[in-house]
Design a protein around this ligand. Structure first.
Ligand SMILES: [Zn+2]
Length: 348
């Protein structure tokens, strides 16, 4: 299950903590101010995606690094073209003469997304975070991560600089049928998480799964069942969920098309809405969306839920107006794209 939460209030720095419930791990979408995230959450992060390196989206990297130092952690970092230089600027800001003695294996694998080639480099704590080139490969379309449980796609939007928009999609979603569990007299407990992970890994049907925990009415702890039998009896497998994240972007025809395609059918679209539609010219000049535009993008994409954030401080006392405007556009009729675009200044 994908469980996304905004890290800060909607006026604060952008960032989403996306918990992967079935894996005990988490992804970060943007690295703005992260100081409100407890270290135990930061240490669960295996992948962080930085949409672009404007300060409010990347300043939290220092905090992340500080919490992670001295730990055995492997972190995949993704960013737009030129991202490696930005990451190296962060590493280069500090003196690393003592880390050679560290026995932990903290390292970062940094990938620049976008373009037809994909560059990845490794930065190891024990070597003072110097760049070690890992390689370059042909990009597989917009696919950034392809694992047995999920994919992450990223497309570059126009924010005067390239800005990565993201869609995280589970391949399958596993539900436990509570009544079937009752019929077999089996307890709920962490063993069901292991069962789910086994199914997602496509472990063989004959593999034995041990039931742990007990029910008041029976002693089932320690029983073993073949994976195939449990999958057939107590599990329902559904299509996976999708979470889409769109940070900074101007409202242009090309961005609109890319966002709608990326976020199609998402369970939740998290999208910036810094300005009210009455200030759409200002939004356009700053290469940002309005709340109405955010809402209509979610509607056009067929998203089931909409979360808006990254509000401009000029609306400090008008948060409800931003939310209402986005919500009305989300639920209301689809605007004629041509009409709403023609309201923009002519140099679009
Ligand atoms: Zn921003």
């Amino acid at each position: 299950m994908l469980d996304p939460h905004l890290i800060n209030d909607p006026f604060g720095d952008p960032g989403v903590f996306l918990e992967l419930r079935h894996r005990k791990e988490a992804f970060l979408l943007d690295m703005g101010d992260l100081t409100s995230l407890p270290p135990r959450k930061i240490l669960k992060v295996t992948h962080a995606f930085v949409t672009h390196t404007h300060m409010d989206h990347f300043i939290g990297f220092d905090h992340f690094l500080r919490v992670s130092l001295g730990r055995d952690q492997k972190v995949h970092l993704f960013g737009p073209p030129g991202f490696m230089n930005n990451v190296e600027g962060k590493f280069g800001a500090y003196t690393w003469n003592l880390v050679g003695n560290y026995t932990n294996r903290l390292h970062f694998l940094v990938t620049e997304a976008g373009g037809s080639r994909r560059k990845t480099a490794r930065y190891d704590c024990s070597r003072g975070f110097r760049r070690e080139s890992v390689g370059e490969s042909e990009a597989n379309g917009d696919l950034l991560v392809d694992r047995d449980d999920l994919t992450v796609r990223g497309v570059l939007l126009d924010h005067k600089v390239p800005c990565l928009a993201l869609a995280i999609e589970e391949k399958r979603h596993i539900h436990i049928k509570k009544n079937a569990l009752d019929e077999m007299n089996l307890p709920v407990g962490p063993w069901l998480g292991e069962l789910k992970r086994s199914i997602l890994r496509n472990d063989p049907d004959g593999m034995e799964i041990e039931v742990r925990g007990r029910r008041a009415d029976s002693e089932s702890s320690g029983l073993r069942f073949p994976l195939g039998l449990l999958r057939d009896r107590i599990v329902r497998i559904a299509a996976g969920e999708k979470v889409a994240y769109v940070a900074d972007a101007v409202y242009s025809e090309e961005n609109r098309r890319k966002i709608v395609e990326l976020a199609a059918g998402a369970r939740v679209l998290i999208v910036e809405a810094p300005f009210l539609q009455e200030d759409r010219e200002r939004a356009f000049q700053k290469f940002h969306l309005t709340a109405a535009q955010a809402g209509s993008l979610a509607r056009e994409a067929g998203a089931k839920n909409l979360v808006v954030f990254h509000f401009s401080p000029m609306y400090r006392s008008r948060e409800d107006e931003l939310v209402r405007e986005a919500r009305e556009a989300f639920r209301g009729p689809l605007p004629d794209a041509e009409d709403s675009l023609s309201e923009m200044p002519p140099d679009s």
